[in-house]
Design a protein around this ligand. Sequence first.
Ligand SMILES: [Zn+2]
Length: 65
Amino acid sequence: MDYLCSECSVQLSKWEMFLNEKYPVGKLYCDFCQTKHEREVIKKLADSEADMHNDYTRDLIGDKK
Ligand SMILES: [Zn+2]
């Protein structure tokens, strides 16, 4: 059975299937789309961590009152 990238419908290589099994994101992506998708995920993670850091700092300041 052939596996196609859910974004650009290119046929996935064995290596790309391996990556999809190792890092499942709910969809199948080729190497190119995976990289593109990972950048979006990393950006979202960085944004949410920045938010958490702000909350944490606010809590610390609150405790010191
Ligand atoms: Zn693709």
